[in-house]
Design a protein. Structure first.
Ligand code: SAM
Length: 245
């Protein structure tokens, strides 16, 4: 293999490539912004990969339906405003700072930002992060930023604090419940798994007001009993007062 080929193979291995179809320059600008590289689509791997064309960024897989993220669900969710369970659990106020520790596709983080919060979205998985970053840019909300980081490391540093640390960890798909939406199925396929209990405990060191943990409605709390709970149709928000009050 030539050097150039082994470089590409190496990047493919680490999944830090934006493949381009008809929009090399656009792909290059986007990839540079997030520190990724670019390659033509004919070099794409057999698994999930990013593809940017003239119209949008998609997550593609040779054997599965492609996925793109719209902003419609964010608009819909922000219509219920501060009455929504997520908003009540976080105690949303204008200018409040929120760390969305496990941001995924950013649906919760973007919703909180549309309600007036200043949100930092953390995502570790490179493909998920690229999709999240693109969604944040398209939303044009300036009180929102995305960082590709292991949130455990960010919290362990104790360099920053937020009013609320919000955690929506990945739970294995439940055999008895209906399949989640396609984007959530894809997330279950590719997302990173972490020691969420440990991260939840660290988050108390960096929260000024609350730590909020999203859970399945019938599952026990991830850590100790919460100070209170807010229930939605299929999920529950466990709310903890922060130590730093
Ligand atoms: C259940 S999903 C979050 C869904 C999200 N609330 C949404 O609205 O789309 C959990 C996400 O946390 C990410 N994750 C897991 N461990 C992480 C870590 N240590 N640091 C940052 N992100 C992590 C996973 O890759 C996954 O995308």
């Amino acid at each position: 293999m030539t050097d150039a080929h082994s470089e590409v193979a190496d990047l493919v291995e680490r999944k830090l490539i934006v493949y381009f179809d008809d929009a090399e320059e656009r792909a290059r600008d986007f990839a540079t912004a997030i520190g990724y590289d670019v390659a033509p689509l004919n070099l794409a791997p057999n698994g999930w990969h990013l593809c940017l064309n003239e119209s949008d960024l998609t997550l593609r897989h040779p054997d599965k339906q492609s996925m793109r993220l719209s902003l419609d669900d964010i608009r819909r969710r922000s219509l219920s405003g501060r009455r929504s369970p997520l908003s009540r659990a976080c105690g949303v106020r204008d200018g409040m700072t929120v760390l969305d520790a496990f941001a995924g596709w950013g649906t919760d983080g973007l919703t909180l930002a549309t309600l007036g919060c200043r949100v930092t979205c953390c995502e570790l998985q490179p493909l998920v992060f690229a999709m999240l970053y693109d969604r944040i840019k398209r939303s044009e909300i300036c009180s929102l930023n995305g960082i590709r980081v292991d949130v455990g490391e960010l919290l362990a540093d104790r360099m920053h604090c937020w009013d609320v640390v919000y955690l929506d960890p990945m739970f294995p798909l439940h055999p008895k419940t209906a399949l989640p939406s396609y984007p959530m199925q894809v997330l279950a396929d590719i997302a990173d798994q972490s020691d969420t209990r440990e991260i939840a405990e660290w988050s108390f060191e960096c929260a000024n007001q609350r730590v909020v943990i999203k859970n399945r409605i019938k599952d026990p709390p991830l850590i100790r009993s919460p100070d209170w709970q807010i229930r939605a149709r299929s999920v529950r928000f466990d709310v903890y007062r922060a130590n730093r009050n």
